[in-house]
Design a protein around this ligand. Structure first.
Ligand SMILES: *Cc1c(COP(=O)(O)O)cnc(C)c1O
Length: 223
């Protein structure tokens, strides 16, 4: 199916979820996750009106960036090895996977301008998931006050791989609560207005629980 048609369906679902949650549709930004697909398919997404692209590997991002340049807003969404930071830092606007101090130090060192970062939180507690434990998020963010090249725009999580709607909803709800806590600190470098949560299988629940960025691969551009 054309990206255009898939995007039309997703937009209808976003509209419905926003209505249920009494939210504005324009407060939800779709990131097309292009990690499984070709540069041509990523270009098709841009031509369908999608403005944000997400990649989870430095080489995937770089090869598409070489063709598409700065036309999309680039998001790095995957686990980021410290030594890979220099490969992506001049290409991305957002990093969704800030999960440790050593990574923050490397971003601080390599970035030429302030990078919008999400702190990745392991809400579900699954060992396979990266991210900071919820109880350590505040102290982690407090440690970033001298990092002039890092702005904490929000929190990010990956929900557990389950069909159980209650489990998914509770996960997103917990991240929203944490976001409010961080916001309440009133730190200039951590406005924390955004929530990056929701993927192909759970984005509607995520929107109902407050997602402002949803990251969709399979359902939007294909596997
Ligand atoms: C792959 C990936 C997605 C998109 O997953 P889909 O289920 O294909 O929509 C979202 N977020 C992250 C961090 C990913 O790695």
């Amino acid at each position: 199916m054309k990206v255009e048609n898939k995007f039309a369906l997703i937009k209808e679902n976003i509209e419905a979820a926003c209505k249920r949650a009494n939210r504005k549709q324009e407060d939800v930004t779709v990131i097309a996750v292009t990690k499984y697909v070709s540069t041509e398919r990523a270009l098709e997404a841009l031509n369908s009106g999608i403005e944000h692209l997400g990649e989870n590997r430095d080489d995937g991002l770089t090869s598409k960036w070489e063709v598409l340049g700065d036309r999309p807003v680039w998001h790095f969404i995957g686990t980021l090895q410290t030594r890979k930071v220099r490969n992506i830092i001049d290409k991305v606007t957002y990093i969704h996977s800030l999960d440790r101090l050593s990574l923050a130090e490397e971003i601080q060192k390599r970035a030429k301008t302030s990078i919008k970062c999400f702190v990745q939180v392991n809400v579900s507690g699954e060992n396979s998931k990266h991210g900071i434990d919820p109880e350590n998020v505040i102290s982690f963010i407090r440690q970033l006050d001298s990092f002039t090249n890092i702005q904490i725009v929000g929190l990010m999580t990956m929900a557990p791989n389950t069909e159980n709607q209650t489990v998914l909803r509770n996960c997103f709800r917990r991240l929203k609560e944490l976001q409010k806590e961080v916001k309440g600190l009133n730190l200039e470098y951590a406005p924390c207005n955004e929530l990056s949560m929701g993927m192909s299988n759970d984005y509607m629940i995520a929107i109902e629980e407050g997602a402002t960025f949803i990251r969709i691969g399979t359902a939007l551009v294909g596997e």
